[in-house]
Write a protein that binds this ligand. Sequence first.
Ligand code: ADP
Length: 355
Amino acid sequence: NPTKTNQSAHLALDIGGTLIKMVYLSSDDNCSPDSQVKVSQEESNEISDGLMKCHTGKGTLHFLKFETSKIDDCLEFISSNQLCSHGDLPDKKQPSAHDRKLIKATGGGAFKFADLFMERLGITLDKVDEMDCLVAGANSLLKANNQEAFTYMNGHKEYLQIDHNDMYPYLLVNIGSGVSMIKVEGDEKFERVSGTSVGGGTFWGLGKLLTNCKSFDELLKLSHVGNNRVIDMLVGDIYGGLDYSKIGLSSTTIASSFGKAISENKELEDYKPEDMARSLLRMISNNIGQISYLNALRFGLKRIFFGGFFIRGHEFTMDTISVAVDFWSKGEAKAMFLRHEGFLGALGAYTSYQK
Ligand code: ADP
């Protein structure tokens, strides 16, 4: 019974526009926290991470996500697993009021849902700044974990050894519903230098309308088997199959995403959902890769770390971003990805208990 095993869990939340990310520590390694609410197999695979257990030395750190629109599942999970008891906080941070329950929370939902948490669970959300949390989460992962950062290009994944004494500066690109680009120069030294509203929410939102997919994963799977050349206008389509070699563009370079749709007498239903999904994923990943590179260039940063749940460890997404960064930087800058991609903010909120 999981309700018996998690009495001393520390819990932190990142309540985003699309997803709620939860990080909690359980003192019992054998607990199975997903028995009370519906958590897909795939998500339950993400729950436990032995590596973080080593890091904390206190128990197992669990990673979980819920759709923000299904916040009731999240509340139910916290309640049925007793994730917020008085033992939640480190000794020195015990709340002063006798019956007060405080949990660290970041993201816009920490404001939006503050009343709901209080009404339903008697929990006060102790708000922590979103950018602070993203950076703290990324820094602590890069320091704690040798198998955290990796490159992904042409189907080849390679883990990187990050030298803790030579980590900074870097550009952190968090691709959530929207995108934030943060120049990180030290532990708490950073600046949000840019962002774009064309992000994960755009992919999922437009993709849903174009393909009628019912879930994000379905859309990703579709994109895996599609052919974007059916709908994207390529350099070769304009140049009669030739490269535009004078400026270094091959015939297969996308000249205009979705551009072929205007030149053909076709309706939406004449295009296969998988081709549109692939074209959309390419368009958005390419665009983010390019804007990231431009910002790295602005500040002379060679390393770009990508996080956020848009990436989802999806090969085609990572490949497209890597190729974009490589192409525009002429091989000078590197795109790197993080294993705990979507949990940077939640982890940052969790580490803020120590402050
Ligand atoms: P936010 O904090 O804005 O919610 P996240 O880092 O959680 O941002 O990423 C949200 C994005 O992740 C979505 O816009 C979508 O592109 C992608 N995503 C990945 N998995 C899912 C999922 N199961 N449901 C919805 N979106 C998902």
